[in-house]
Design a protein around this ligand. Structure first.
Ligand code: SF4
Ligand code: SF4
Ligand code: FES
Length: 948
């Protein structure tokens, strides 16, 4: 049920350049050719009654409520399916039209349970509003005829229900599932009066292929498909537009509120990243925000073996500050550091790095992007000049060839995946480079042209082979390169990739990809029109992550696929604000806007604004902090919204380092895995409880707006301010808008950005400054940010993580649609009905040789450690490769992953771990220890807070 406060234009806009003028109710209206009469009228602020039409779906013309009169035409055409014509004269209101519309509505009402159209239930639906608008709330036919009443309600889905009694078979849900989401899970079964909506093979919503994106619910004009929360609170009192707190797509959402309760989280049709769509996480999985596990009081303890004790905020800040000061006095200024959160706002990340640099007086600040997209920052900065993706998501609609590498958008970036599938259904080509047969390789009405199913760890060899074909077959765009790139670097790269050792034939044995497929894919990418690369952590989380990002930039430059719509290089960011946390100076070597800390002029700017002298040497990265902690030189850490004990590789190493700290301050929603090693716990605020901004994968800065008061009393930015004040470095902000003003004053790519402009424009893609006052949807138009694009030679260096007879399989990791990152949020929602444990995917061949069946417990052992999880036998993985997710701490996926990391950025090599898999009957030793530690910490917490 979509918001009736949204002004619905009835049909989608026409892209035609040609304009047509017609007359509607005597007034001239000019619209693009191809526009429907319904939309033209709506643009002229006349909304024609409708039921089966809505402006996110193609016109269907089934309900006949939108009839109009057109001079010179016979009958009463449906305005939703009738296109405008020059000079057309349309009448939207007349006695005859009123009568006809009432007749249609009466028929619907005769088959529609009375409570839905009377005032007995205070629910607002489109059908009720239309009935009232055309003055028809009764029907002449009574309830004697055949009716769709008495059918059982399908409430199998945890978030919404389907009540066939209220269904008018308008097909909006079916079309939304097809056109918007691209899952094709719903159909209309039967004919005429017997027709009805069914999910998959009529198996109920939960068991069907439905992915619970809510598009069907959003499209429904009745209460047939309805959020369950609306049964308790049918009439929200206010709506606040905010930004999803989950993934890097950054969907705009309307939080519909009753008091302090979120009644509905509806996708915002004006959201520029999502255009009225959302996924199961953003749309429904917000219940964690009020989960009973939320910690609402600061906690303190001297030792991690002590019980937690509740404290006041003041006491907690004073204690933490005195501990940090004690450590710096005893072990030196550099013995402490901080971690910013990619789940928090830009303003909050900015303040944490400011605290570290100004209050701690060192550069020991890092962020969780270290373990995901740090190679993107490094690789794109050096080749193109800017550490960010180049396009807006809508650019995909002008792409002819999509090269998707190491990303699984239908699981990780679902709303972007829906748009991508729309474009593929229109005929764009798809090349997938991935060790697994991910969903988009073969989806309804989508089939990848090529799936280069490489061996994990051979990305660079595959990219060099693709480039080899492009160069040796003369498919480069020499004029583009001559105009826009550094020629010597190009010549060097060209000679490098042209070498026969880089050919698809020479590398096929290593990569496992047949040479003819590589050749065909390279030709398609280079010659198929606008070609765009989208990539994910399957590119970056390798020992050659940065090299691979450079490979991508090289190929895009060599084929002229940068600097306009439809092309580009697009990292799909994992967490909601991973782009923003990087932009905000969270890395130890960079201030905001990716300016190196060693740059005297940049430092001087910040020193003058902050009133301190800044350290000029870069500080410690996260892995260096752990090493230093184990060496005894790093003693204190302030961690904002990051659960390293679960998310970082080699868990045993991480927890040993955390145990060695004398003061660990964790700021989070829940007592997470890292908090088991903490001395101070500062209860954080969810995205619903604060103001600020997030920056998504398109560089789009969007407002996060507070919809409820922070459960623990303070927003995260206020916590950092108070901690800094307690440390003796004063911070004084009345509102996050003031923090953004400070960021803008210090950051050339943000100088034009402020909250007023964000409120006015909805969202803005940086750079936003005097050159681009309303932001920059497409980067590198005309020239690259660094001036001339620079090619880098990208030697393939195999990872040292090799298989052998002891560890014969390669483990790679990823995520699922319904869970998010370490799962702390989604595990505390009903999303667990879809995924309640991490499983090990194993190919039938490897399973058979080990006597493993789906559901069996298997031990997974690597050089770093071993764990036990349940097996899932599937040919989604190739022989020799196993795969798992890392959403549940007890599965210990990161106990197994190693400390190998990217040569340039230390981004861990999560995607390649040599393992052995055997059938077992009991948990691993570490799992037994994990349970003991969890149990002990539960006791130390002394109340019902669970450690899940
Ligand atoms: S469930 Fe709703 S959207 Fe789907 S056909 Fe029925 S009334 Fe239309
Ligand atoms: S696609 Fe990402 S941003 Fe959009 S609703 Fe889903 S989780 Fe939220
Ligand atoms: S809205 Fe036009 S036929 Fe239904």
């Amino acid at each position: 049920m979509f918001s009736l406060d949204y002004y619905d234009f009835g049909t989608p806009p026409s892209e035609a350049a040609e304009l047509v003028t017609l007359e509607i109710d005597g007034r001239p209206v000019t619209v693009p050719a191809g526009t429907s009469v319904m939309r033209a009228a709506a643009l002229a602020r006349t909304q024609i009654p409708k039921l089966c039409a809505t402006d996110t779906l193609k016109a269907f013309g089934s309900c006949r409520l939108c009839l109009v009169e057109i001079e010179g035409r016979k009958g009463y055409p449906a305005s939703c399916t009738t296109e405008v014509a020059p000079g057309m004269k349309v009448k939207t209101q007349s006695e005859t039209l009123d009568r006809l519309r009432r007749g249609v509505m009466e028929l619907y009402l005769s088959d529609h349970p009375a409570e839905l159209v009377s005032d007995q239930r205070p629910v607002r639906t489109e059908i009720r509003e239309m009935a009232q608008r055309i003055g028809c709330t009764q029907n002449r036919y009574g309830a004697d005829g055949a009716r769709h009443v008495g059918a059982s309600v399908d409430d199998s889905n945890p978030y919404f229900q389907f009540d066939p009694n209220a269904c008018i078979v308008c097909s909006r849900c079916v079309r939304a599932c097809d056109e918007v989401q691209g899952t094709f899970a719903l159909t209309i079964e039967g004919r005429g009066f017997a027709s009805r909506v069914v999910a998959s093979q009529d198996e109920g919503f939960l068991a069907s292929e439905c992915v619970s994106c809510g598009a069907c619910v959003e499209a429904c004009p009745t209460t047939a498909l309805q959020e369950k929360t609306l049964l308790a609170h049918p009439l929200p009192e206010r709506t606040v537009t905010t930004t999803c707190g989950y993934c890097g797509v950054g969907c705009s959402l309307n939080a519909e509120m009753k008091g302090e309760t979120v009644v509905r989280m509806a996708p915002d049709r004006e959201g520029k990243a999502n255009h009225g769509h959302a996924c199961v996480k953003g749309r429904f999985a917000y219940g964690y925000a009020t989960h009973e596990d939320r910690v609402r009081t600061p906690l303190i303890r001297a030792k991690i073996t002590d019980p937690w004790r509740e404290a006041t905020w003041d006491e907690a800040f004073q204690y933490a500050a005195s501990e940090f000061k004690r450590l710096q006095a005893k072990y030196g200024r550099d013995s402490v550091g901080g971690i910013t959160s990619s789940r928090c706002t830009n303003e909050e990340a900015y303040l944490v790095q400011k605290l570290v640099r100004a209050a701690f007086g060192n550069n020991n600040v890092d962020t969780c992007a270290r373990v995901c997209h740090s190679p993107t920052g490094y690789g794109l900065k050096h080749t193109l000049g800017e550490s960010a993706g180049t396009q807006a998501f809508t650019s995909i609609m002008k792409t002819d060839v999509v090269l998707l590498i190491g990303a699984n958008p239908t699981e990780g970036h679902p709303v972007f995946a829906s748009q991508l599938k729309q474009r593929l259904r229109q005929g764009a080509h798809l090349i997938v480079v991935d060790p697994r047969t991910i969903g988009i390789v073969r989806a309804p009405h989508v089939q990848a042209d090529y799936h280069l199913q490489l061996r994990p760890g051979t990305n660079v060899a595959v990219m060099n082979a693709l480039s080899h074909v492009v160069v040796t077959e003369g498919l480069t765009r020499e004029s583009y390169i001559a105009e826009r790139c550094e020629q010597p670097s190009y010549e060097k790269w060209k000679a490098f990739v042209a070498h026969p050792d880089r050919s698809p034939e020479a590398t096929a044995d290593v990569t496992g990809v047949p040479a003819d497929q590589v050749r065909a894919a390279a030709r398609l990418y280079a010659q198929g029109g606008n070609a765009a690369i989208y990539y994910g952590l399957g590119v970056t989380e390798h020992s050659q992550g940065t090299t691979m990002v450079m490979c991508i930039a090289n190929l895009a430059m060599a084929t002229g696929n940068l600097g306009r719509e439809g092309v580009g290089v697009n990292p799909l960011r994992g967490q909601n604000n991973v782009q923003g946390s990087c932009d905000m100076g969270s890395f130890p070597h960079e201030l905001t806007g990716y300016r190196h800390i060693s740059d005297q002029a940049t430092r001087a700017l910040f020193e003058s604004a902050w009133g301190v002298v800044l350290e000029r040497e870069p500080g410690l990265r996260i892995p260096n902090m752990f090493e230093a902690a184990l060496d005894g030189t790093f003693k204190g850490m302030y961690v904002q919204g990051e659960d390293m004990a679960q998310s970082d590789p080699n868990t045993l190493h991480v927890t040993a380092a955390l145990s060695a700290l004398e003061c660990l301050v964790v700021q989070d929603l829940f007592l997470n895995e890292t908090a088991k090693y903490a001395h101070v716990f500062l209860p954080g605020s969810s995205f619903l409880e604060k103001d600020g901004t997030f920056t998504n994968a398109e560089r789009r800065v969007s407002r996060v707006r507070k919809v409820m008061e922070p459960l623990a009393g303070l927003e995260d930015w206020q916590i950092t301010v108070r901690l800094s004040n307690a440390l003796g470095y004063p911070m004084n902000y009345a509102h996050p808008s003031e923090i953004m003003d400070e960021i803008a004053s210090l950051t050339p790519t943000f100088t034009g950005l402020n909250y007023d402009k964000l409120d006015r424009l909805g969202s803005i893609q940086w750079p936003c400054n005097a050159r681009a006052p309303d932001g920059t949807p497409t980067m590198h138009i005309g020239e690259f940010v660094r001036g001339k694009g620079k090619f880098f030679v990208t030697d393939y260096v195999p990872t040292t993580e090799r298989t052998n007879s002891r560890y014969p399989l390669l483990l790679t990791t990823g995520r699922v649609l319904t869970q998010y990152n370490v799962g702390a949020q989604t595990r505390r929602t009903q999303n667990v009905v879809w995924h309640d444990e991490d499983r090990l995917e194993i190919h039938p061949h490897d399973a058979e040789t080990r006597g493993v069946n789906t559901g069996d417990w298997v031990g997974v052992a690597s050089r770093a450690g071993d764990t036990v999880m349940r097996a899932l036998v599937t040919d989604r993985v190739q022989p020799g490769v196993v795969y798992t997710t890392f959403h549940f701490p007890e599965s210990g996926a990161n106990v197994v992953t190693t400390e190998n990391s990217d040569w340039a950025t230390n981004c861990p090599e999560y995607k390649v771990t040599a393992v052995q898999v055997i059938r077992v009957t009991q948990p691993a030793l570490w799992q037994q220890r994990f349970r003991e530690i969890s149990q002990r910490q539960r006791i130390l917490r002394g109340d019902r807070v669970s450690q899940t």
